[in-house]
Design a protein around this ligand. Structure first.
Ligand code: SF4
Length: 436
C-alpha cells in the first residue's frame, strides 16, 4: 500500500510535501520519494525509511521549487522501485507516483517487451510511462485518456508531474482513494482528506472515479478516462477497515463512523461473554472497540499501548506494551479490525496472558481474509499463509490462544456502509473475479 501527495503552485512546495507525506505515513513507512520542480527542471530524491529520515533538512537543503509530488510506500524493494519513477521524453521531464495495481500488468509488460521496451522496475508506474510514450501524443492529458481508457485494467490512483504541470487521476471504479483541495491559490492532491486538512487545505473533495485533473498555468482542466462509459463503483472496503485514518473521508463518509458502526454490529452478531472490560488493538481498532463497548454495555479501557517510535522490521513484541494494572486478573474482550495471518494476534494474546489476563475473548470487526493476490495494490501474504484459507475458526482460536473468537460476517460488514453495492469485498468473499 502507498500514499500519494502533490502540490502545485506554492513557494514552499518542499516544506508542504514533507508535511503532507508525513500525514500519510500510516500508509507506508518502508520508503519515501519526491520530485520537485522549479519550473525548468525536476529533482528526484528517494530513500528507505520514514519521511522524516528520507526528507531530512540536511538531505533536501538544495531543493527549491513551487510544485512537488511524493509517495510513501510499504514493502521492501530495491532503490529503483521507490517512486517517483522519472523519465525524460519529447523534451518533457515526467515523474509519476502510483497507488494500486493493474489486473493486466503482466500482459502489458510482455507486449511492451516484445516491442523492445527496457524496464528498470516492476512497477505499474513505469508501464504507464512506456504506454504514454507509445501514443506519440505530446499532450499528456490526452495521452493518459488513450492509455487508461483502452489499455489498462485495474484499481489505482496516480499523480504525474512535468516541469510545469501536474495531473491527478483516479480509476473508474474508485477502488483506490484520491482527493483534491486548495491552499489559497495552490492546488493540492492526496490519498486521504486528513493529509490535506493537516496542511490547512480548503475546498477538499474526492476526485470523482474516472476523472483526470490537470493543473497548469492555464488553471484546472478536467478530463474523463472514458466519458462514454460509467463503470460500476467498487471502493476497496479495506480503506475503511484499516488503511485510511479514522479522520479521513472515504466513499462519502468519515472512516471513524464506519469503524464505530462495525464495532456495534460485531457486538450484535457475537456471543458476548461475561467480561470486565473491552480493549482495542491500537490504533486501528480503537473506534471498533468504542462501538462494541457501547453496544455491549461493558466499559472500555486501555490495556495495550502501541509504540509509535518503532522502525520498520522491529520485533512485534517491541511494538506493543501492556498496562498490567488494567489487565491483571481481568476477563477481557479484545477487539481488532482485521485478521490476516494471526501471528500478531498470537503474540499479543501471549503478552496479555503473561501480564495476568484471566480470559481473552477475541472479536474481529471484519470477516477473515481468505483470498490473497488482490491486484489493486494490497500486498497480502500468499494464499497458504492466510490462516483462514486453511484453518477452521476453532483451529484459528487454538492457534492464537484465545478463549473464544468471533468475526463480523460479510453481511454484517456490508450493513455498515451506506451503499453496499459500491464496495469491493473480494478478499473476504474469495472471488477476485468480482473486482472490476
Ligand atoms: S480484494 Fe480486498 S484489498 Fe483488494 S480491492 Fe478488494 S477489498 Fe480491497
Amino acid at each position: 500500500m502507498s500514499g500519494l501527495f502533490g502540490i502545485y503552485g506554492h513557494p514552499d512546495a518542499k516544506g508542504l510535501i514533507g508535511r503532507g507525506m508525513f500525514a500519510l505515513q500510516h500508509r507506508g513507512d518502508d520508503s519515501a520519494g519526491i520530485a520537485i520542480s522549479n519550473g525548468k527542471k525536476l529533482i528526484v530524491h528517494k530513500g528507505f525509511g520514514p519521511v522524516k529520515l528520507v526528507l531530512s533538512k540536511e538531505k533536501t537543503k538544495t531543493f527549491h521549487g513551487n510544485m512537488a509530488l511524493g509517495q510513501v510506500q510499504d514493502g521492501f524493494c530495491g532503490i529503483e522501485e521507490i517512486e517517483p519513477v522519472y523519465v525524460s521524453h519529447l523534451g518533457q521531464e515526467i515523474a509519476i507516483v502510483f497507488n494500486g495495481g493493474f489486473k493486466n500488468a503482466d500482459v502489458l509488460r510482455k507486449s511492451l517487451w516484445k516491442k523492445g521496451t527496457i524496464f528498470r522496475t516492476n512497477s505499474e508506474a513505469e508501464i504507464i510511462l512506456h504506454l504514454l510514450a507509445q501514443t506519440r501524443e505530446k499532450d499528456l492529458s490526452k495521452a493518459l485518456v488513450k492509455v487508461l481508457s483502452r489499455q489498462v485494467e485495474g484499481g489505482y490512483s496516480l499523480i504525474l508531474m512535468t516541469q510545469d504541470k501536474m495531473i491527478a487521476v483516479r480509476d473508474q471504479a474508485g477502488i483506490r482513494p484520491l482527493c483534491s483541495g486548495r491552499l489559497n491559490e495552490s492546488y493540492v492532491f492526496a490519498s486521504e482528506t486528513s493529509a490535506l486538512k493537516t496542511i490547512g487545505a480548503t475546498r477538499i473533495k474526492k476526485i470523482i472515479p474516472g476523472q483526470i485533473i490537470t493543473v497548469s498555468q492555464k488553471g484546472q482542466e478536467n478530463y474523463a478516462i472514458n466519458s462514454n462509459h460509467k463503470a460500476k463503483l467498487s471502493h476497496c472496503i479495506f480503506e475503511l477497515i484499516y488503511y485510511s485514518l479514522p479522520s479521513s473521508i472515504f466513499a462519502n463518509e468519515e472512516v471513524s463512523v464506519f469503524q464505530r458502526r462495525a464495532g456495534i454490529k460485531l457486538a450484535q452478531e457475537s456471543f458476548i461473554p461475561p467480561a470486565d472490560l473491552i480493549m482495542s488493538t491500537p490504533d486501528s481498532a480503537n473506534f471498533n472497540a468504542l462501538g462494541f463497548s457501547k453496544q455491549a454495555g461493558i466499559p472500555i479501557d486501555i490495556g495495550l499501548i502501541r509504540n509509535h517510535a518503532t522502525q520498520p522490521g522491529e520485533m512485534l513484541k517491541d511494538k506493543f506494551s501492556i498496562t498490567e494494572s488494567v489487565v491483571r486478573g481481568k476477563r477481557i474482550i479484545l477487539v481488532d479490525d482485521s485478521f490476516v495471518q494471526g501471528f500478531t494476534m498470537r503474540t499479543i494474546i501471549a503478552m496479555l496472558r503473561k501480564a495476568g489476563a484471566k480470559e481473552i475473548h477475541l472479536r474481529i470487526a471484519s470477516p477473515p481474509v481468505i483470498k490473497s493476490s488482490c491486484y489493486c495494490g494490497v500486498q497480502f501474504p500468499s494464499q497458504k499463509k492466510l490462516i483462514a484459507s486453511t484453518k477452521t475458526a476453532e483451529e484459528i482460536r487454538e492457534f492464537i490462544g484465545a478463549d473464544t473468537l468471533k468475526f463480523l460476517s460479510i453481511g454484517g460488514l456490508l450493513s455498515c456502509v451506506k451503499c453496499p453495492n459500491d464496495f469491493c469485498i473480494a478478499c473476504f468473499a474469495g472471488d477476485h473475479s468480482i473486482i472490476p
